[in-house]
Design a protein around this ligand. Structure first.
Ligand code: V47
Length: 620
């Protein structure tokens, strides 16, 4: 990271050193930042970290909020939304009413509401099932940990079973609400009937175990102290270390409304909001995304937050009531065009996403795709962007965006290059193995022959490794297996006989082992032993239509960045390997196993592979 920051608060310098060295920040560091007036330096640190994680991307989703009822058995002091059954404002929605609020273009429906005293369990399961049945392209993000715990207690069903049934009905992720502040002091004063930290984490960890990722929130700006905010971050960070199942963190700015907790109109200040977002980005080093929830922040603050560490704008959010009932002044919904404009005005790439943060569409010119894996670091560490924008994206998704003409260049998965070679021009760079690679691994319960007819889970990110696996199985070992795609990130592996992982996921699993899958195969090594050839996983290519001056510039940037990267493999390796628990020596050895230049031998290996894949029947 080469950002220069002119610190006015010298106490922040040691924190910046730690951030640059990939060291964890402590409670003391968090407090020093909250107590600092040097908001610009804090923002710059957070922005640099965010850029490293998500490049120029800012995510949004076309979504609709559904709050099925405001009738709630609880009476939390900070909530102006919930009412009792006999209140004039009480409402209950039927499933038909819920369905009538949705349209096919909505990608995510976010469901959360009051804890209704009378509704039966079937109502919730049917709600999710009917949404999925009527809107197959809409992913369901539903029920906070508070609601899941309520179902568990009210219907006497174990938490795991509650989640299993909802997952079977179509629930895919869980929202992060109900966390409030993980402080018993605050809980007793503001929401003493509601579950505390222990139960909240139990629900989320159980969901993660089942392959249901979730979000996390912090409700700030009421009676909590700075120390309680930092403690909250640290508890989340610890849980994320354990499960890796949190997708995004959302700091929720308290809306005082008529709650009486704060004297009228005492909103959090923009400075306080930006500081909280930036500090959360810095403390939560193992979270991929930080959300600027414009509904509670206002559009204006959310747009500035995109340069203070946030990389997620939630979405169009039709139908929100919880914040608006408590006096939120932002509009009830935001048009997609407006969201795109805000993100573009912040100098970022608007990335429309699905619930798993897969990029579906981007609205920006001159976007170059970046494979966000350790093996590609030598290309990107010193990549001078100049007129290009950088989007970290899984290989298979890069291919889809290029197909839609939304990307000008990138390090493409070999299969995508083959499929699009009429519009893509090869450059002289690639990711090829010398002999083994360790970052495309098959974790298996069976030996190769034993995989006949078995079910192999394939991480969604791969376009080429899945074909390499198929070629090895069918052509080298004469075995046919069936494949099923798993979404990227956490998954429930229990239904599979083998799992194909690529990139950093594979490296991590290789290091820690994947319980139950005792046999581990390195596909590049298998290929090498069979063909005595390197394997080319990815190639740099640009659109044939890219103007000549841009082609030249890109060529120059890649060459320069690769030369610098290769000259310091051990230092950049040490830095990046740390996130994957690799020692500097292991990382350097790993990086030295790749060849980044596309020579004759690599081209020959590409042709051999191309011929082989033409001989197998593509099944997924
Ligand atoms: O848990 C209640 C909060 C939450 C107020 O996961 C209030 O993507 C501010 O969790 N002022 C529900 N906040 C909303 C929520 C959420 C929102 C957007 C995205 C996601 C996600 C989750 O709203 C509750 C509570 O913490 N809340 N009252 C209030 N007066």
């Amino acid at each position: 990271m080469s950002t220069t920051i002119h610190f006015r608060d010298k106490n922040l310098i040691s924190i910046w050193d730690k951030v640059q060295n990939g060291q964890r920040l402590s409670l003391k560091d968090g407090m020093a930042m909250f107590n600092s007036q040097d908001i610009i330096s804090i923002g710059k640190m957070a922005h640099t970290v965010q850029q490293k994680k998500s490049g120029d991307a800012v995510y949004y989703v076309l979504n609709q909020k559904i709050e099925p009822t405001n009738i709630c058995v609880l009476s939390c002091k900070f909530c102006d939304f919930a009412v009792k059954k006999d209140a004039d404002a009480a409402y209950e929605m039927t499933i038909e009413e819920i369905l009538s609020k949705l349209t096919p273009d909505i990608h995510e429906v976010h469901i959360t509401g009051g804890l209704h005293p009378d509704w039966p369990w079937d109502y919730y399961v049917n709600m999710v099932r009917d949404i999925k049945k009527n809107f197959p392209n809409t992913d369901v993000k539903a029920f906070t940990a508070v609601e899941i715990d309520f179902f568990h207690k009210k219907f006497k069903i174990p938490i795991e079973e509650v989640l299993r049934q909802l997952y079977a009905a179509g629930l895919r992720t869980m929202p992060g609400g109900g966390a409030e502040v993980f402080s018993e002091r605050v809980r007793k004063q503001l929401f003493n009937q509601k579950i505390g930290a222990k139960a909240w984490f139990e629900v989320h960890k159980t969901a993660h175990k089942l392959g249901i990722p979730s979000n996390a929130t912090l409700l700030y700006g009421h009676i909590e102290t700075y120390e309680e905010r930092v403690q909250h971050f640290m508890k989340l960070r610890e849980a994320q270390d354990e499960t890796g199942g949190f997708l995004t963190f959302i700091p929720l700015a308290f809306q005082p409304g008529a709650t009486g907790i704060k004297p009228k109109n005492e909103f959090t200040s923009a400075i306080e909001d930006l500081k909280t977002i930036a500090i959360s980005r810095l403390m939560l080093d193992n979270f991929n995304h930080i959300k600027a929830y414009w509904v509670m922040l206002t559009e204006e603050v959310a747009s500035i937050a995109l340069n203070f560490g946030a990389d997620d704008m939630d979405g169009t959010v039709g139908g929100e009531k919880i914040a608006h009932d408590a006096g939120a002044t932002a509009a009830m919904t935001m048009a997609k065009d407006q969201l795109i404009k805000i993100i573009q005005d912040a100098g970022k790439i608007p990335v429309e996403r699905d619930v798993y943060y897969n990029a579906l569409n981007i609205s920006s010119e001159n976007v170059v795709g970046k494979i966000p894996y350790l093996n590609s670091v030598p290309f990107y560490e010193h990549f001078e962007q100049r007129q290009f924008k950088m989007l970290p994206i899984a290989p298979r998704r890069m291919g889809v965006l290029s197909q839609k003409d939304q990307m000008v260049a990138g390090l493409f998965s070999l299969m995508d290059y083959f499929a699009q070679s009429d519009t893509l021009e090869l450059m002289n760079y690639c990711i090829a193995t010398r002999d083994q690679v360790k970052s495309v691994m098959l974790f298996s319960k069976e030996g190769w022959q034993g995989l006949k007819g078995k079910k192999i889970g394939i991480i969604d990110d791969t376009a080429t490794s899945i074909r390499l696996l198929q070629v090895l199985l069918e052509k080298k070992y004469g075995v046919k297996a069936t494949f099923a795609r798993m979404h990227s990130g956490i998954n429930d592996y229990s239904n599979f006989d083998a799992i194909l992982l690529i990139g950093d996921e594979a490296l991590k699993a290789n290091k820690s082992g994947l319980p139950g899958f005792d046999l581990v195969y390195d596909l590049a090594k298998e290929w090498y032993e069979w063909q005595k050839m390197p394997f080319v996983f990815a190639v740099w290519a640009h659109k044939k239509s890219l103007p000549a001056d841009k082609k030249e510039e890109l060529q120059e940037i890649i060459q320069e960045s690769l030369e610098k990267g290769e000259a310091e493999l051990d230092t950049i390796g040490a830095h990046h390997g740390k996130d994957l628990n690799l020692t500097p020596a292991e990382t350097t050895e790993f990086l030295e196993g790749f060849n980044y230049r596309l020579g004759d031998r690599e081209k020959e290996a590409m042709s051999i592979f191309k011929k082989l894949i033409e001989e197998v029947e593509v099944s997924l």
